[in-house]
Each structure stands twice: as C-alpha cells, then as structure tokens.
Design a protein around this ligand. Sequence first.
Ligand code: NAD
Length: 238
Amino acid sequence: MRIAIVGYGKMGKEIEKVALERGHTISAIVDDKHETLLDELQVTHTDVAVEFTQPEAAVSNYIKCFEMGIPVVSGTTGWLSHFDEVKSSCLSHEGTLFYASNFSIGVNILFEMNRKLAGIMNGFSQYDVEMEEIHHIHKKDAPSGTAISLATDIIDRLDRKSSWGIEKMHDSEIISINSLRQGDVPGTHHICYKSPEDIITLKHEALGRRGFAVGAVVAAEFSFGRKGMLSMQDLLSF
Ligand code: NAD
C-alpha cells in the first residue's frame, strides 16, 4: 500500500519504520515543518493517510482527507468534542476514518478487561474507583484520550458513577483521573478499585511507541477499501 504520514513527530517516525518493515511505500510526509502540503496528497496516489498530529490540527486534516477521498487512520487525541461534526462529514463524503485513542493491542486488551471488571464491580458498592495516567512532559492534552475512553467505559457500566474529573473529587459520582507528566514516559494507565479491606488494580505500561505504530499500520491495512467510522472493536474480536 502507499501510505502518507501526516504528522512527522515521534509517532509519525515510528509509523514510517513499521510501514516500511511491513512492505508498504511512503507516498508522502506531511508536517508543519515539511514541504508536502496535505492538499497535495491527491497527486501522490495515496491509499491511506495515517494522521498523528495535534488536537488543533486533526479535525481539519480529517475533513480534507474525506474531501480528497483518502481513507484516514488517526491516533491524535484531544479532538473528541468535535466528534459529531467529524462523523457527519465522514458519512456525507462517504469517507473513512479509523480512530483509536490507543492503537496498542495491549491497551485494547486492557479496555476489554476494564469493561468486564466495571460490570462485575457494579454489584459491589463498597469499592470506589479512581484512575491515574502518566505520560511524557510534551503531551499536550490531559487526561489522555486512553484515560477518557477507560473512564467512559466504567461510567457506562457502574451505576454509581456519572462523570469523570481531573482533580481529587469529593463527589462520589465522579471518577477522579490523576494525570502526571514525567520524562519520556510513552504511556501508563492504572484503574484502581479500593474498599476498606483491599485494592484491585488494572495497569498497562507501554514500554515504547512501537506498539502504537504497529496497531496504526495494521489499522491502515484494514481501512483500505472500507468506508465509514471504524474502530479497534471492528479490527479485534475478543
Ligand atoms: P509530536 O508532537 O511528536 O508530533 C506531532 C507532529 O505533528 C509534529 O511533528 C508537528 O509538526 C506535526 N503537526 C502539527 N500540526 C500539523 C498539521 N496541521 N499538519 C501536519 N502535521 C502537523 O506528537 P506525537 O507523540 O507523535 O503524538 C501525536 C498525537 O498522537 C498526539 O495527539 C498524541 O496524544 C497521540 N498519540 C496517540 C497514540 C494512539 O495510540 N492513539 C499513541 C501515541 C500518541
């Protein structure tokens, strides 16, 4: 496949390596500091664009790709308040957007375990739940998109929780998410249920960025020839 890399930062460079290893060609590299503009992708015979940029850039990048008829796979986080606008643009242009707040297979296993555990914990009101996420100091959004996905899945299953918040909350209906920024940490997430008697913890710790890049390239292979809004749940079957 001919893959365009949109956003040539830490993730874009890792995706380039993995795409080449898997036998793909890089049709273009689009970055703020790079010559190729997104509008020029049309003449590059790109099969799929893989977009890892920043929250302020993602939505207009998706819409341009829909207009050009190029499927887009994106891991950029922090844009979900525009989800309805993006979805309607995708559907009206018969475009393709494969979005995942986290492309790591391990994190997607964690998502599944988190959903199962929250369903069980709904019957055990003596446990309160809180979360912590740790990322590198350059990360722009907080909490992480992954932490928000985990919290949303808990809220959907735990009747005693109605929303999440970013500080230590005294409202028992709110899940508090503690966001820490340290060094070059690629991404660590904890979900912690505490009762007066014990603690149950789910934890995922990424050891590097390669796991995210492999997931994104596999998602690009999956997206080729498919239409609409796609997610890791379409790709993985547990
Ligand atoms: P980074 O800052 O290293 O790279 C971002 C790059 O995007 C920079 O090179 C920047 O110049 C470029 N850019 C900014 N605006 C642009 C635009 N309009 N068009 C093209 N390029 C533009 O960041 P990163 O660590 O590579 O992460 C990028 C995004 O991916 C972040 O939102 C991060 O949270 C997310 N992320 C997601 C996953 C996942 O699995 N979903 C994993 C890691 C990171």
